[in-house]
Design a protein around this ligand. Structure first.
Ligand code: SF4
Length: 475
């Protein structure tokens, strides 16, 4: 058996895939290591939905390949979305790669790690893969906070997006399978669960369920020791009254909607093959806020789509100012060769897209700064995340309104009572606010008791100058 190191790139859905591969390898007797120079086998689980993600994947493969020259590594395996898009090119142009596995071939990772296996790829005819509650999975996130993938693939046809080509048609996990996995994770110490998939709002449709996500939220929220339940990635026209009611009426479900809207101009949204417009989005936002006054809203946008006029962009600016999102991500359009928008006329100069992105970010910074001021002086429950990775005299924590990995955080610079421990829910008083983060003093009282996790999370190989991988959110 070998020592295996894995780098996981991209979004939380890819993180779950990595955790499944680690689980399969651990069951087969392999040992995981977080030190690249100790790993005999290195796996890079890649992302490739836009240009920068592809570049990061390629850079990481090359960085890890260096370990074959100067460390213990004797095999380099590349998995995930980059393989789905560029399998032949990787095999042809990267001789340092020993094996490739696509997104439907996760369960072949054990065979790929077999010392006797000297092939360079697995078969391509893998059936659509989706793990289940009995699939071994080892968490790489802190044990108190876990993702659950509830579905895979996407049936939407957004013109800029190549994800359906890599992840296939939409398919849901069985309802009971997701609930059992949630129970298992909580039994092992998880107190916050985040449901992910390409399009969570379609969950269960292929199983004949109506309002499957709302049903799932209500069912998982019954698990006694669970404290916060979240879901990410809503397709806007599938945010139903039933879903809003489930969030409003279920105390453990975070009052939080992440709805990637992409744009507000009707013309651009039509060219994106998504439809709708800013006016309709504002009505949806109004409806959600009327039902859940304390709700947190997150979105992501694309600027610089082919043909985006000055007027389209001004519509978007106006929309962002009116919508007052709590959290917002904005990407520059990435012209992907297999996307439907690849050959659209009127591409925008990169400098224009860059300026537009900066303008939206500057506007959102003001919105965020002003919205965060309302927290100052409030006593709120927070989930402690341990010592800050940036400085040892600060602890970090999150509010219910801050999802893991994508939003701002609470910096704890003072505490009463026991030293903060990762995974505990305590009360805190917010003492200051910044552009995206809050500062708080921790009180001694617990909001929910911590239960020690049974299994420590496995360490992943880290990359990048800050020693961190970059999590690109879903489009
Ligand atoms: S952007 Fe999201 S909803 Fe649209 S096709 Fe891609 S994965 Fe599906």
């Amino acid at each position: 058996m070998a020592k295996v190191g894995l780098v996981s790139l991209g979004c939380p859905k890819n993180t779950v895939d990595s955790e499944v591969m680690i689980g399969l390898l651990a069951r087969a007797g392999h040992e995981m290591t977080a030190r690249a120079n100790e790993a005999e086998i290195i796996i890079v689980n890649t992302c490739s939905f836009i240009g920068p993600a592809k570049q990061e994947s390629i850079d990481t493969i090359l960085e890890m390949a260096e370990h074959k020259k100067r460390s213990a590594a004797r095999k380099l395996i590349v998995t995930g979305c980059l393989v789905e898009r560029y399998r032949d090119q990787i095999l042809r142009e990267m001789p340092e790669v020993d094996y490739v596995l696509g997104t439907n071939e996760l369960d072949r990772v054990v065979g790929a790690c077999d010392p006797g296996n000297h092939g360079r790829e697995s078969g391509r005819s893998a059936a659509p893969y989706l793990y289940h509650e009995f699939t071994p999975r080892v968490l790489s996130t802190p044990a108190h906070s876990a993702y659950i993938k509830i579905a895979e693939g996407c049936d939407h046809t957004c013109s800029f997006c190549v994800i359906p080509q890599m992840r296939g048609q939409f398919r849901s996990r069985r309802f009971e399978s997701v609930v059992r996995e949630a129970e298992n994770l909580v039994r092992n110490g998880a107190r916050e669960l985040t449901l992910v998939g390409q399009d969570n709002t379609s969950y269960g449709e292929d199983l004949g369920l109506r309002d499957g996500l709302a049903l799932l939220l209500r069912e998982i929220a019954k698990i006694p020791e669970l404290v916060w339940l979240r879901f990410l990635y809503c397709y806007p026209n599938r945010v139903t009254d039933t879903l809003i009611a489930a969030v409003a009426e279920t105390p453990k479900v975070a009052k939080y909607f992440d709805i990637p809207l992409q744009h507000a101009s009707g013309a651009v949204l039509k060219a994106m093959r998504r439809g709708s417009n800013g006016g309709q989005f504002l009505k949806l936002i109004e409806k959600i806020r009327a039902a859940i006054p304390e709700v947190t809203l997150r979105t992501s946008l694309i600027v610089g789509f082919p043909g985006e006029t000055e007027r389209d962009f001004e519509d978007l600016v106006q929309f962002v100012a009116e919508a007052q999102f709590d959290h917002l991500g904005v990407f520059r359009y990435s012209n992907e060769e297999s996307s439907a928008s690849f050959s659209l006329p009127n591409p925008l100069p990169a400098a224009v897209a860059y300026q537009r992105q900066r303008r939206i970010l500057a506007l959102q910074r003001k919105v965020s700064r002003s919205k965060l001021k309302k927290w100052v002086g409030r006593r709120v429950p927070v989930l402690n995340e341990g010592v800050s990775p940036e400085t040892s005299w600060l602890f970090t924590a999150r509010l219910e309104s801050q999802a893991p990995g994508v939003d701002g955080q609470v910096l704890v610079n003072d505490f009463e009572g026991p030293e903060p421990r990762a995974g505990e829910y305590r009360w805190a008083t917010v003492t200051a606010s910044g552009d995206y983060d809050l500062v708080a003093r921790l009180a001694p009282e617990y909001f929910a008791r911590k239960k020690d996790a049974r299994a420590a999370p496995v360490g992943l190989l880290q990359i990048g100058p800050a020693g961190q991988t970059y999590a690109l959110p879903h489009l």
